[in-house]
Design a protein around this ligand. Structure first.
Ligand code: NAP
Length: 258
């Protein structure tokens, strides 16, 4: 079995940039998302740049059989993941009571269930190839988020789960990193029905920079990588601020932003 890097959510934003970074470092890629046209044009771009042509898999990770489909596509091509990047995810802005319940559950299916399934499914192959797992969390993982309650909770799960795996995987020779970006201008904001507030510009980073930070952190087996100095400062302030104060501040921000 040839080792590959499996990247979910590669059709846009941070995922596309992660694909470019891994390809630039010589990794053969398998790209997963729902939009086949986007994946195929990214595969064309990388092949034209002289990289191994990525395999594009148009799969909806919200479906229960998604990971079984990935396994079967990989084994028919005689490849298996050395590195796994769980990047696919989305958020929804609004009060939990007002947002559609099934959409909020679909967020858990993608951000939590699919991420967990992909992470666990490929443990043996990551171990065989001394590879690693990069899970994209968020600085939202460090606090509760009134106004995006389910999204923040999913990212707290991703951070907690990945930190625990980092410890467990150390005996198996697998690296594990939780990447925690702050605001990044991508399709995320339109999907979440939100706009980045003007203040977010101060800590905003472009997706290619975030992808490079994630790649470098995984390669040195850093447990948690908060992207950018400003976000590191914000994350450490969150750590020392009582939740009651944070909750009030976030609530005012989201109420003002709507
Ligand atoms: N942008 C930010 O400010 C920010 C900040 C912190 C963390 N993050 C996290 O970064 C990750 C990437 O987000 P992004 O900003 O790059 O957003 P994006 O541009 O909207 O990209 C999201 C990716 O996820 C894929 N995806 C969505 N639903 C899917 C499904 N059901 N099955 C398979 N793939 C699916 C999308 O592809 P298809 O639509 O083609 O399926 C797309 O490739 C997410 O986990 C997000 O939570 C983003």
């Amino acid at each position: 079995m040839r080792p590959v890097t499996l990247i979910t959510g590669a059709s846009s934003g941070i995922g596309t940039e992660l694909a470019r970074v891994f390809a630039a470092h010589g990794h053969e890629l398998v790209l997963v998302a729902r939009r086949a046209d986007r994946l195929n044009s990214l595969a064309d771009e990388l092949a034209a740049a002289g990289r191994p042509r990525p395999t594009a898999l148009a799969i909806d990770l919200g479906q229960r059989d998604a990971v079984a489909k990935i396994v079967s596509e990989l084994s028919s091509r005689e490849v298996e993941p050395q590195h796994v990047v769980n990047n696919a995810g989305f958020g929804l802005m609004g009060e939990a009571a007002k947002l559609d319940r099934s959409e909020q559950l679909a967020m858990i299916d993608l951000n939590v269930r699919a991420l967990t399934d992909v992470s666990l499914t490929f443990i043996d192959s990551m171990s065989r190839h001394r590879g690693g797992l990069l899970n994209v969390a968020s600085i939202a993982a460090f606090l509760p988020g009134p106004g995006m309650a389910v999204y923040y909770a999913t990212k707290a799960y991703v951070l907690s789960f990945t930190e625990a795996l980092h410890r467990e995987f150390s005996d198996r020779g697998i690296k594990a990193t939780a990447l925690c970006p702050g605001p990044v201008p991508t399709e995320f904001q339109a999907r979440a029905n939100m706009e980045l507030p003007a203040a977010a510009k101060i800590i905003e980073l472009p997706p290619d920079r975030v992808a490079q930070i994630g790649y470098d952190a995984l390669m040195r087996n850093q447990r948690v990588a908060v992207a950018g100095l400003a976000n590191k400062i914000v994350a450490s302030l969150m750590h020392f601020t009582p939740h009651a104060v944070l909750l009030r501040a976030i609530n005012q921000r989201t109420a003002g932003g709507r």
